[in-house]
Ligand binder design. Structure first.
Ligand SMILES: Cc1cc2nc3c(=O)[nH]c(=O)nc-3n(C[C@H](O)[C@H](O)[C@H](O)COP(=O)(O)OP(=O)(O)OC[C@H]3O[C@@H](n4cnc5c(N)ncnc54)[C@H](O)[C@@H]3O)c2cc1C
Length: 158
């Protein structure tokens, strides 16, 4: 039996976000077309942190239209009921969508705080940062305004 569970608590979606290595950030480009990019990220207290170069298509877009939808997925697992029946195969997953607006972070101390949160997603240690390295990276955040979480699995995986 395939089961879908929808998550309504921030604490539940945080568990999924914390397990992810990457996210996909969807935006609407200057011509009204979709543009989606994979990113590394940090997360803390309802805020997603991103970083990049100061230039590029995404920055041009986000400066004009900061509205984004970000997807996080983890625990992908192929399941099947019958080896020879294609339609009995499925992919279990845990997935989160969050919505918000990109806000560029300008101050040195706030950038360092964001970079520390970012690094904590990947490495369990503290870092120090030189002023040039902080000045040379564009750091931005998305305060989560809305979210949806979904777990899809098969009872044989429980
Ligand atoms: C796992 C992963 C993690 C990443 N993490 C980060 C991150 O934390 N920060 C970051 O800045 N970038 C990250 N990247 C790269 C990111 O996805 C973009 O490629 C990069 O940021 C450049 O985007 P841009 O809009 O500035 O494109 P531009 O440099 O302006 O590129 C021009 C053109 O290249 C094409 N293009 C751009 N990116 C991609 C892409 N990913 N795949 C295919 N075509 C593309 C587009 O058509 C675009 O019009 C990551 C990529 C991967 C796969």
């Amino acid at each position: 039996m395939r089961k879908t569970t929808f998550l309504t608590q921030l604490s539940d979606i945080e568990i999924i976000i914390k397990k992810c290595q990457t996210c996909h950030v969807a935006m609407v480009d200057l011509l009204g077309k979709p543009y989606l990019l994979p990113f590394n990220f940090g997360y803390a207290n309802g805020v997603v942190y991103l970083h990049s170069d100061f230039k590029g298509k995404k920055i041009d877009i986000l400066k004009k239209n900061p509205s984004v939808c970000i997807n996080f997925t983890t625990d992908h697992e192929l399941f099947r009921q019958h080896d020879k029946v294609a339609c009995s195969y499925g992919m279990a997953y845990r997935s989160v969508l969050v919505y918000g607006d990109v806000e560029f972070i300008e101050g040195f101390d706030e950038k360092v705080d964001a970079l520390n949160i970012f690094m904590k997603q990947y490495v369990d240690r503290d870092f120090t940062y030189s002023k040039p390295s902080v000045d040379n990276v564009c750091v931005y955040k998305v305060v989560i305004k809305d979210f949806q979480g979904k777990i899809y699995h098969h009872e044989t995986l429980e």
